[in-house]
Design a protein. Sequence first.
Length: 131
Amino acid sequence: SDLEHVAETATRFTIKALSPADREDAEQRSGAYTRSELGRLLWIEAPSDRAERARWHHELTDDEREAMSNYQSYINRVYYEMIRASLTHINNEPATLDDIQNIRPDEARSSTISELVVHIQRISLLGIEGK
């Protein structure tokens, strides 16, 4: 069946849970103390509808756009640091963040990063038993 084929060919990532201290370290290495608070506020307030968000973003001042861009860069760095601290193997081979960064096309890399971060957060907060 198709599902058996996918299971056989799926890429397997091995990640470890991060302690609260590990997560805080990742945020600090990413610039937690220098991130844009205005960018964080705008990020939270941004509409979720894509069209509405585009119009809302268009109305931002240049300073607000820059603050939001800086905050998005901070979030990306946090994701990278979380993966750097958590990823141990890909398909039973030792792995690093560089292996993730080499994924092409860009959409596949972006999806992989997002999925890994969700799983890292889930196992870090709930533990293996909570899954």
